[in-house]
Write a protein that binds this ligand. Structure first.
Ligand SMILES: Cc1ncc(C[n+]2csc(CCOP(=O)(O)OP(=O)(O)O)c2C)c(N)n1
Length: 203
């Protein structure tokens, strides 16, 4: 948890030294912002004006622990700003707003006008922490909460902006991609045991 954050910062340092004009985006949850490395990384990235877009997907849950049992205040963007990093909050899963913020942030970092930038996107986890089942009877949240977020479902909202032909074209493409992935998985041999070590150790 939180491991993407320092890796992104280190990579951004390398990119900046190489003068590539490239930027790095790091995605992580609200739980990850409780790790010390989050704060160390923000400070380092701000100090060296590194081109990192930090994106916190705040679903108000870390496994089964809701945010009110973990955060003394919800002022995450305010905390981030104390490091000298511009921070924006998108509270309603508006994907077009997120796209615009990200595009502006990336352009500002590429041109050197800005150091790192932070976006906090509020969202919701419909299913359990890991796996496809529902867990509304587990006692840590209510189904009412889900219903409030389903109204803001970004997929439904973006779908409503498309015409029927576009929707069926996208659906057909997605169905095809899924079918091909299943065929590929079912048609592939089992990996050799030695592949357990692939990408685990550097030679
Ligand atoms: C350093 C560390 N501590 C604890 C865990 C166990 N753990 C796995 S996921 C998780 C919560 C993650 O919450 P969040 O960052 O909000 O991400 P989400 O799963 O909601 O996307 C925890 C505590 C871990 N993987 N790493």
């Amino acid at each position: 948890m939180g491991t993407t954050i320092p890796i992104a910062v280190g990579y951004a340092l390398a990119l900046k030294r190489q003068g590539t004009g490239r930027v790095v985006a790091a995605f992580f949850g609200d739980g990850a912002t409780e790790e010390g490395v989050f704060h160390e990384s923000l400070n380092f990235a701000a100090l060296h004006r590194l081109p990192v877009l930090f994106v916190c997907e705040n679903n108000f849950l870390a496994i089964h622990t809701p945010i009110e049992k973990r955060w003394a205040t919800r002022r995450l963007c305010e905390r981030v700003r104390t490091y000298g990093i511009a921070a924006h909050q998108v509270p309603d899963s508006d994907v077009l707003a997120i796209r615009q913020l990200a595009a502006d942030a990336i352009a500002a970092m590429r041109s050197g006008v800005s150091g790192p930038i932070f976006i906090e996107c509020h969202t919701y986890r419909w299913r359990e922490h890991v796996g496809p089942a529902e867990d509304y009877d587990a006692g840590y949240r209510s189904r009412d909460e889900l219903l409030q977020w389903q109204v803001k479902d970004p997929l439904k909202r973006i779908r409503a902006k498309l015409d029927a032909a576009q929707v069926s074209m996208i659906e057909a493409e997605v169905e095809k991609e899924i079918a091909e992935a299943i065929d590929f998985a079912e048609g592939s041999p089992f990996p050799e045991p030695k592949e357990l070590y692939t990408d685990v150790f550097a030679e």
